[in-house]
Design a protein around this ligand. Structure first.
Ligand SMILES: [Zn+2]
Length: 293
């Protein structure tokens, strides 16, 4: 228990390394909307087992499902609902299934953002130079695949090292979406200093991995997961604000789960004043309408 030996000042420095600065909650979203819905998909596929050398056929083929059936089914559903989404993709996932980026981009309403080289766990890597090399490689690979430099960053496994945010800031990212200190967007502070990086916070509650990934397909019913996603949306709608949902094509891309995701989107669309946008669009709006006010 290293914490018991530290002073309050030392603990404060650790606690505040990445802080929640200015709350970025606009009076209203575009067209007077009260809530912004930002759907996101982390297209990990088999990058996690590959990064760890877990070469079992079960892990690899389950991940491959994300590229073969999961992503195409999700894209077809988003087409039906005319809903935009952000896709955070490890560079290795794109290299192994290069057809994914064109199929996302051909819809002309989605965004692709950085999600590491091979879904490396940056806290465990704990190496500043190596981390910088992997970030540079990831940006380069995605820039090539997308045709423009990505503006969004999401840390693999949502796990940052103590070097990550500084590198994200220096690389010029508009936003990060890996932290959890608020329901609303906020400006990240690094060791107490405003970074200029807009945080679009995520949450394990609003992530399919704990429900579908950890349970290994056994539980729970997608209907139960929908109840949680829906209740989170209802309160976001009541309070006004931001609703970020994180999913993975190799989990949510299955038939029964896309069915329930589509029901959720139809429900959200049935309410007046809901703005569906990519993370990039949300961050750009906040930069203009909340950052400097
Ligand atoms: Zn991931």
């Amino acid at each position: 228990m290293p914490g018991i030996k530290l002073s309050i000042d030392e603990l404060k420095a650790q606690y505040m390394h990445l802080g929640a600065g200015k709350r970025l909650k606009p009076k209203q979203w575009p067209n007077g909307a009260r809530v912004a819905v930002a759907l996101s998909f982390d297209v990990d596929n088999a990058s996690v087992p590959l990064s760890r050398g877990l070469l079992g056929s079960e892990d690899l083929s389950r991940g491959m499902y994300g590229a073969i059936d999961g992503l195409p089914r999700i894209l077809r559903m988003l087409d039906r609902q005319s809903a935009p989404a952000s896709f955070f993709i490890p560079a290795v996932s794109i290299a192994l299934n290069p057809e994914m980026a064109p199929s996302i981009l051909s819809r002309r309403r989605h965004e692709i953002g950085v999600h590491g080289w091979i879904h490396e766990h940056l806290g465990m890597l704990n190496n500043e130079a190596e981390e910088q090399r992997l970030l540079n490689q990831s940006i380069e690979a995605l820039t090539k695949a997308v045709g423009k430099r990505p503006v969004g960053y999401r840390a693999p496994s949502w796990a940052m090292s103590r070097f990550t945010m500084k590198q994200v800031k220096e690389a010029g990212f508009l936003y990060d979406s890996s932290l959890m200190a608020s329901d609303d967007a906020y400006e990240v502070t690094i060791d107490g200093q405003p970074s200029g990086v807009i945080e679009l916070p995520i949450e394990r509650i609003l992530d399919d991995a704990p429900y579908y990934g950890a349970a290994n397909g056994s539980l729970p019913s997608p209907e139960l997961v929908d109840q949680i996603y829906r209740a989170e949306f209802d309160v976001a709608y009541q309070e006004g604000g931001l609703y970020v949902l994180t999913m993975h094509p190799h989990y949510t891309g299955h038939r029964s789960r896309v069915l329930w995701l589509e029901k959720l989107i139809v429900y959200m669309k049935s309410k007046p004043g809901v703005w569906f946008a990519t993370h990039e669009e949300v961050a750009n709006y906040l930069k203009k309408n909340a950052m400097t006010q």
